[in-house]
Design a protein around this ligand. Structure first.
Ligand code: GLA
Length: 426
């Protein structure tokens, strides 16, 4: 067990009694599938995504101004433990990379940069490799087919990862949300008809091929070890989510997305299907991945990404059982967007010391369970990603889901995630 050093310093544990914000469980969006336009020309979303978009507002604001979650109360100086090993070192002993999502705002602050560099060895761009960020409208219209390019934020973050020897998860290619609507219409004009299946398949192939070419040409190929080819295509009731990809191509758009990704991605990049509420979709996902094979029965997919947007009142045992069952497919499994809010959906809890301790224990037992399954070969995994590191930078900032508080001090949850039980709130 890691040896600890300790020292005296003024602790600034967050003790605010500020009410938690709106809890949003994606579980509770079950069965909703109506297609709605968020901003008429930019994105496609479903009503479940509208619920998520409430939180995305936080995400956006977190991206520009760090959210002031609550005022920290000064407390008497107390003993604070410092880890001897960083998360990246601890996770490496189980063969795992450990990641955070990354927004441009995080790189403008030296404290963030220091913590990210010390603790993590993998990053996922929070927004800047999503379809709406990467598909270039001007160039697509001029070319008559989808053209992709990196915006300056994406380049800045990918260069940061490269300079600091960090690995990158690509996120994401085919999604119903944060995707420009115009790509589905004749002449890229939303006033015209949706294109035919053949045209959309051609656009999909051009898009996916273009992304992998762009990555190689830009010198980022070696850093990227995994890519979310499709995000969030299934509902909790086992039905396929409605989307313009599905409407234009048909249900086999999912197979084609993986077929094209397999065709154009470098061998070194693992191809993932990524989804939320995974604990309610086990049989849907395990059946689905069996369909992702070529004529020779070879898988077109390498791994299943479990977003792991969880709550401290979720049933941890059931969650770990779901991970185990998904792992039985034999594909790699990664927790890709882990955060654990205080409380339950629509029953957020305040960030009292008791609730934060409970969160620390929850994180401890979750990570302990994942490490056990990795170590004994029940699941195959090579990385685990947190959806950020500090509460104030989280898309669910009002529910205190992460490892550090708004003052960038480690919470009990940090020690839980670091498997330092004696500091994790027990
Ligand atoms: C999903 C996506 C993430 C992020 C979150 C928050 O989990 O995969 O990229 O957008 O929603 O909205």
């Amino acid at each position: 067990m890691k040896k600890l050093i300790s020292f005296f310093m003024a602790a600034t544990m967050m003790l605010s009694l500020a009410a938690c914000g709106n809890g949003v469980s994606q579980a509770d969006t079950q069965g909703e599938s109506s297609v709605t336009s968020v901003s008429s020309e930019t994105s496609v979303t479903t009503s479940s995504e509208e619920v998520k978009n409430e939180d995305n507002k936080n995400e956006t604001s977190a991206d520009t101004t760090e959210t002031s979650v609550s005022k920290a109360e000064e407390t008497e100086p107390e003993e604070e433990a410092l880890p001897e090993a960083y998360l990246s070192e601890i996770y490496a002993t189980h063969g795992l990379k450990v990641g955070t999502c990354l927004s441009p705002n995080m790189l403008n602050n030296s404290v963030n940069v220091k913590i990210i560099k010390e603790q993590f060895n993998s990053v996922t761009l929070e927004n800047d490799m999503k379809p709406e960020a990467i598909i270039n409208k001007t160039e697509s219209v001029a070319a008559g087919n989808i053209v992709v390019s990196f915006n300056s934020n994406a380049k800045k973050m990918l260069d940061f990862a490269k300079e600091n020897n960090m690995a990158v998860r690509g996120h994401t290619l085919v999604w119903h949300s944060q995707t420009p609507q115009w790509i589905f219409y004749e002449d890229f004009d939303t006033k015209k008809e949706l294109v035919s299946r053949e045209v959309m398949l051609d656009r999909m192939e051009t898009y996916i091929k273009g992304v992998f070419e762009l990555i190689s040409e830009s010198g980022y190929e070696d850093m990227i070890y995994a890519y979310d080819v499709v995000n969030e295509a299934w509902m909790e009731d086992g039905s396929m989510r409605d989307s313009l990809w599905k409407q234009t191509i048909g249900d086999d758009y999912l197979w084609y997305a993986f077929y094209f990704a397999d065709k154009y991605a470098p061998e070194s990049i693992d191809l993932y299907y990524n989804d939320y509420n995974e604990q309610y979709k086990v049989s849907t996902l395990t059946k689905f991945v069996e369909t992702l094979k070529d004529d020779d029965g070879r898988y077109l997919i390498d791994g299943i990404g479990l977003q792991a947007h969880l709550y401290t009142q979720d049933n941890l045992k059931s969650y770990l059982k779901a991970v185990e069952d998904i792992g039985k497919t034999g594909l790699k499994v990664q927790l890709t967007e882990l955060d654990v809010c205080l409380g339950a959906y629509q029953q957020p809890q305040k960030n009292t010391d008791t609730n934060l301790k409970n969160q620390g224990q929850w994180y401890y037992e979750l990570i302990e369970g994942i490490f056990e399954m990795v170590d004994n070969g029940t699941i195959t995994s090579d990385a685990l990603t947190f959806w950020g590191y500090a509460d104030s930078l989280s898309w669910r900032s009002t529910q205190y889901p992460l490892l550090y508080d708004g003052q960038k001090k480690p919470k009990y949850s940090y020690y839980g995630a670091a498997q330092m039980k004696e500091y994790a709130g027990y």
